[in-house]
Design a protein around this ligand. Structure first.
Ligand code: PLP
Length: 435
């Protein structure tokens, strides 16, 4: 399904032992262990590090963020307007610093990605260009249990074009008694409604269940039916390997504050396939930063909007430098470590969590995230049958930071950049002790 899956679940799980010293041993031989020191880890009242398993919600702060912001503050105080060209990281072409690293992150070619706005804003801007409904082909396919912002964005886009969401939305639902979607069912729905569907827009990783969708196959099937395909990569970017360009994905957007650690409300990412990026006639909402920089200031001679080719041509305003500096500090870490190495550790780290939870699974809880490594990233979602809220609060009291979703799901995401196998072991034992 996804690239890079070196092990089967069984082989992986058979290699583990439920023992704290075994977990510590895995940490000692972990090639990525020193990256933990590059992050600020919140402390418990007794001064020890918390067990932070909420990196899928808000990633930890890289230690380099503060100086990255200070650099821009210094340039502002020292150079003011001249920092646009003479600053250490000149502000005028600031967004260009991300061109290559953002492309590497999502498997794009340089020019297909830009860092701008926030995620939901980017989804709207993408739908302006890529949701172009006709009387016959106007429907949008999405998951039933999507993140609320995506549901609101899609429903309001439908209304914007004069459609009732009751007619325009096709919701993908799990089968009776199941928690996650089957690829075959998604494919069948798309093929059944093929010529009515204008857009398929699903999240690459579902925020609630942690399920990783088969983006390659779904994109392929939907494009064969003549649909446009966009992915919300909020929980996928920095978590699982992506090959957006090769998969032929039309557009995508992601936030940079979850697995990407660029801070609350960080400036987001946006991807537009090269075949669309080169089409400067494509309908869009314009602003000066999307215009070709060569002609941007020739407005008395060239008053019309001439978008720059590539994803850059969807920018509207000039980049918020103070907010972009943390994105640079953080994406540099991903660039240095590489998604392949992160995924490799992540498969083992989350595999270890799966193994430990398997040993204690009882009537009290069940993991609803798919078991196959290809269908999950860092996160496991644990459905707690008995007193879920109390269990979650008990974890919090023990210094374990996880996330609770109504009515009964605890989400945990050990992330390969800063979590340890011992974190995973401690969490599993705290949870099962509480149960
Ligand atoms: C986190 C998340 C968002 C958040 O949207 P913002 O515009 O960044 O506030 C949207 N969609 C999904 C799927 C998410 O996981």
């Amino acid at each position: 399904m996804q690239p890079s899956q070196p092990v089967t679940t069984d082989e992986l799980l058979a290699s583990f032992v439920d023992d704290e010293s075994f977990a510590i041993g895995l940490d000692e031989t972990d090639a990525l262990k020193h990256h933990r020191d590059r992050f600020h880890i919140p402390k418990r009242p007794d001064g020890k590090d918390v067990i932070y398993l909420a990196g899928n919600s808000l990633g930890l702060q890289p230690t380099t963020v503060r100086s990255a912001i200070e650099q821009e503050l210094d340039d502002w105080s020292r150079l003011a307007v001249d920092a646009h060209f003479d600053g250490k990281n000149p502000w005028y072409p600031y967004h260009e610093m991300f061109r290559e690293s953002a492309a590497r992150l999502v498997g794009a070619v340089p020019g297909e990605c830009v860092i701008m706005n926030s995620l939901t804003v980017n989804l709207h801007l993408m739908m302006v260009s890529f949701y172009r409904p006709t009387e016959k082909r106007f429907k949008i396919v999405m998951e039933d249990g999507a993140f609320p912002s995506d549901t609101y964005a899609i429903k309001t886009q439908l209304r914007f074009h004069g459609f009732d969401p009751a007619d325009g939305l096709i919701l993908l639902k799990p089968r009776e008694g199941e928690h996650t979607l089957r690829t075959e069912d998604i494919v069948q729905t798309i093929e059944r409604h093929g010529d009515e569907i204008a857009l398929v827009m699903i999240s690459g990783v579902n925020f609630f269940t942690g399920q990783v969708f088969d983006m390659r196959q779904i994109t392929h099937v939907a494009k064969n039916c003549g649909c446009v395909v966009g992915w919300d990569l909020a929980h996928a970017a920095g978590n699982v390997p992506l090959r957006l360009h090769d998969w032929g994905v039309d557009f995508a957007a992601w936030c940079n504050y979850k697995y990407l650690n660029a801070g609350p409300g960080a400036v987001a990412g946006c991807y537009v396939h090269d075949s669309h990026g080169r089409n400067t006639d494509l309908v869009r909402f314009g602003g000066w930063w999307g215009n070709d920089p060569e002609t941007r200031f020739k407005m008395h001679l060239l008053p019309d909007f001439h978008p720059r080719p590539g994803a850059d041509g969807w920018q509207i305003s000039n980049p918020p430098i103070m907010a972009m500096a943390p994105v640079k500090a953080s994406i540099d870490i991903f660039d240095e470590v590489g998604m392949d190495a992160l995924r490799e550790k992540s498969l083992r780290l989350t595999g270890y969590l799966q193994f430990l939870l398997d040993r204690h699974t009882s009537h009290a809880f069940e993991v609803i995230t798919p078991r196959e490594p290809a269908a999950r990233g860092c996160q496991l979602s644990i459905l707690v049958h008995d007193k879920p809220r109390d269990r979650f609060e008990a974890l919090q009291k023990q210094g374990v930071v996880s996330d609770f979703r109504q009515p009964n799901v605890i989400r945990v995401a050990p992330v390969p950049l800063y979590n340890t196998f011992r974190d995973v072991w401690t969490f599993a034992h705290t949870l099962t002790k509480e149960l």
